[in-house]
Design a protein around this ligand. Structure first.
Ligand code: FAD
Length: 501
């Protein structure tokens, strides 16, 4: 007989970023009479990486009512205006994927079409000069955006870098204060209901069973519930995203100041991240184990730090791909248990966030109607595939000469969804945002142009406007952005004044 009535209890397995983000958001349910329990094992620990985010994280914090200055101080956080890609297109080249828009649309025509025409004739600089986040990134400057559309500062979009373990601790405090119960211990068994295979309870090593109506699998790469207990299956994307390991190490923040951007530098067998926090820099080399040994990857990472390493580098193994279903029976997987895409565009924490908001929007009752479950899976999988395509594109559109990995990814067939998108842009600078797509046109434009895809032609309507008038407008935008950035404080000075850790 199918159960009915509202969900009475939610059990979250795992206390990493995914588990505590879910717990903090689900804490609202406690007031509605739902018990929320989180189980985590100190002995197992968390993945220990994950420090860069994208702008919607601010909505998540705002929804919880988190004060930004307090949050930045408590997580040693810094501001992120975008990502700098070094040596990705070819050796010696760099470009930015800044947040925020490029220029202003003119007479209903997208800015990049105007820019394209003027750039061809040498009358416009590189497109980054017309994106305020890119200009501020380059200058190492920051001020919070303002709402007034007449101010250049309204063009600023930003996210954060933070210490993920401090963020989890922050959210834990938040969730526990609102009635979420934490249970410490290792889950050693999962009991399934005979009639339908739903999860009935999880068994802790030393302290009994925890029963629940809805289970959230936040157990990381193990996928303790979604894979090990329910056998959902995994779809691998390793043929497109060939990197399968990372070696990570924090370093002292010597040398460069706290820059308001993530840096990603291509290396022979993958790429290296640099994420500046207030108290240290997060670093890691994401690599393909076919192309380099762990030892050589470790040595490459250590040779490319801008301060002393603060511990021994540690290796993490992974496989790009997704769980075949992210909601199976009465279990929803969030975070690494739901799938993995390498952190090139800092999307994992965001995918946790959207997973949680979709779950709250489609919150089931104990009947677990397939209607909600199917919609959740459809939306989640579509979004994951869209992010996957964006990441594949960075690899595929390269002209690098060193490293066999780069030749393989350049020559590989990419998903049709991506091939269509790139062809459309290469032909006439056109772009269509698919349903619920995370990365907006400005992100694709930044990365497509940055990786060397220049549209063959521009929108015909551009030719209807006097080129001298367009040039004047572009010059004014560029000058206004440069002037505004010049007047802003340096990012590390702003941090030290407003939210020191
Ligand atoms: P974990 O952190 O692994 O947590 C799993 C939890 O489950 C732990 O609390 C563990 O104790 C518990 N657990 C497991 N088994 C049991 C058991 N049997 N019993 C009880 N508890 C158990 N994301 C970003 O957004 N930005 C980034 O810059 C970024 N960089 C990354 C770099 C690398 C190399 C990798 C691998 C990932 C990166 N990510 C990044 C992803 C990010 O780290 C994760 O999405 C995020 O940390 C969430 O992890 P999680 O909570 O799913 O898993």
């Amino acid at each position: 007989m199918t159960a009915s009535g509202p969900i009475r209890s939610v059990v979250i397995v795992g206390g990493g970023t995914a588990g505590w983000m879910a717990a903090a958001a689900m804490a609202k349910l406690v007031r509605a009479g739902v018990s929320v329990t989180l189980v985590e094992s100190d002995a197992i620990g968390t993945v220990g990486v994950g420090e860069a985010t994208i702008p919607p994280i601010r909505n998540f914090n705002a929804l919880l009512g988190i004060d930004e200055a307090d949050f930045l101080a408590r997580t040693a956080g810094s501001i992120k205006l975008g990502i700098e890609f070094v040596d990705w297109t070819r050796e010696g080249h760099r470009y930015a994927h800044p947040f925020g828009e490029f220029g202003f649309d003119l007479d209903g025509v997208k800015f990049h079409h105007y820019w394209r025409k003027l750039h061809e004739s040498g009358a416009a600089g590189w497109i980054e000069d017309y994106n305020f986040c890119a200009v501020a990134m380059r200058a190492g400057k920051y001020l919070p955006p303002v709402a007034d559309p007449n101010s250049v500062l309204s063009r600023l979009a930003y996210a954060y870098h933070f210490d993920a373990s401090l963020y989890a601790a922050y959210l834990r405090e938040y969730a526990e204060a609102r009635g979420v119960v934490r249970r410490e211990g290792r889950v050693v068994d999962v009991a399934l209901r005979g009639e339908d295979g739903f999860i009935e309870s999880v068994k802790l090593e030393n302290s009994g069973n925890i029963e629940g109506d809805l289970f959230l699998d936040c157990s990381g790469f193990r996928g303790l519930l979604i894979q090990q207990a329910l056998g959902t299956g995994f779809e691998s994307w390793a043929h497109w995203l060939q990197c399968d390991r990372a070696v990570a190490v924090p370093s002292a923040s010597a040398g460069e100041e706290v820059t308001p951007f993530t840096r990603s530098t291509a290396r022979a067998a993958g790429w290296q991240w640099r994420i500046p926090l207030q108290h240290r820099v997060g670093n890691g080399y994401v690599y393909c184990s076919n192309d380099i040994s762990d030892e050589d990857a470790r040595a490459t990472l250590l040779a490319n730090l801008d301060g002393e390493p603060l511990r021994d580098p540690f290796v993490i193994r992974f496989e790009a791909g997704r769980s075949k279903l992210v909601w199976n029976r009465n279990c929803v997987a969030l975070g690494l248990a739901s799938g993995f895409l390498e952190p090139l565009e800092s999307t994992s924490i965001h995918l946790i966030q959207t997973g949680i908001s979709k779950l709250l929007a489609l919150f089931p009752d104990r009947g677990f109607s397939p209607v909600e479950r199917n919609e959740y899976n459809r939306l989640s999988i579509t979004q994951l595939e869209q992010v996957r395509d964006f990441i594949i594109f960075h690899y595929h559109a390269n002209q690098r000469r060193t490293g066999d990995l780069w030749r393989r990814v350049r020559e590989m067939e990419v998903p049709d969804t991506l091939a269509r998108k790139v062809a459309l842009f290469a032909e006439g600078g056109r772009f269509f945002r698919y349903e619920d797509e995370l990365f907006a046109e400005s992100s694709w434009i930044a990365v497509m142009l940055g990786q060397g895809v220049m549209p063959r032609r521009w929108d015909r309507l551009v030719d209807a406007i006097d080129p001298a008038e367009v040039k004047d407008r572009l010059d004014r935008i560029r000058a206004a952005f440069a002037r505004a950035a010049e007047a802003m404080p340096r990012h590390h000075e702003w941090l030290a004044k407003h939210c020191p850790s």
